[in-house]
Write a protein that binds this ligand. Structure first.
Ligand code: PGA
Length: 250
């Protein structure tokens, strides 16, 4: 059966002290084992501290980005090998903020996916359309292009290490959420597209997360949909209480 996952993407928030505070609150709220695998993605500077702090818990640590090379003259960049060495288990790739603000293309993302997999990091691969694209009715095409351009070059064996996150750009940080029906419709499309390329068995096993203004008040309804296997949570993951409420929303 495919895994349920709730991942918190803390983005460029929280210095070390604030990270420590958030981690303490999450651990305090950890009163019962959740049904979902829980992942948190702090900023690079807080990764090792987060790993150390969560050592005795089942919570996994993810990075929000990485460079596609293992090492070399790439000032300011971080490699998969480096992430691995500080306890990181997975990496978010292709977030719409990376695509839009840092010009990450399908081609670059495909290389990042390769490097992550070669270094045994799990990939949380984000796809999603902008508002204009949805208005024009191009949302399926856009998502298909993200999948085909950045992810579908992998081998069938790699799929055990891949999670897909559908994040409509118009719902990220806007307070506006895709309706549970809109999420289900796109998740079913993504699964069908994966099945078309890699077969039904692989498609049935891949976890597909929804992201975009998930809150304690709407998580249950969204996660109840057949093809929604959890969430990638931005804003609400910065409050331990809200994040844990979402974690327990299955
Ligand atoms: P949000 O962000 O929950 O704040 O909308 C989601 C994301 O960008 O992963």
């Amino acid at each position: 059966m495919r895994k349920k996952i709730v991942a918190g993407n803390w983005k460029m928030n929280n210095d070390l002290a604030q990270t420590e505070e958030l981690l303490s609150s999450i651990k305090l709220q950890w009163v019962k084992e959740p049904e979902a695998t829980v992942i948190v993605a702090p900023a690079f500077t807080n990764l090792y501290h987060t790993f150390e702090s969560l050592r005795k818990t089942p919570i996994e640590v993810a990075a929000q980005n990485m460079h596609q090379s293992d090492n070399g003259a790439f000032t300011g960049e971080i490699s998969a090998k480096m992430l691995k060495s500080v306890g990181v288990r997975s990496v978010i790739l292709g977030h719409s903020e990376r695509r839009a603000l840092f010009q990450e293309t399908n081609e670059v993302l495909a290389e990042k996916v390769n490097s992550a997999l070669e270094n045994e990091l799990k990939v949380i691969f984000c796809v999603g359309e902008e508002l204009e694209e949805r208005k024009k009715g191009n949302h399926f095409e856009v998502v298909k292009n993200h999948l085909e351009g950045g992810l579908f070059h992998v081998s069938p064996e790699a799929w055990g290490h891949i999670v897909i996150a559908y994040e409509p750009v118009w719902a990220i940080g806007t307070g506006e959420t895709a309706s549970p029906e809109q999420a289900q419709e796109m998740h079913a499309f993504i699964r069908k597209t994966v099945a078309g390329e890699f077969g039904q068995e692989i498609a049935d096993e891949v976890s597909i997360l929804y992201g975009g203004s998930v809150k304690p008040s709407n998580a249950r309804e969204i996660f109840a949909k057949k093809d929604v296997d959890g969430g990638l949570i931005g804003g609400a993951s910065l409050k331990a209480e809200d994040f844990m409420a979402i974690v327990h929303s299955f």
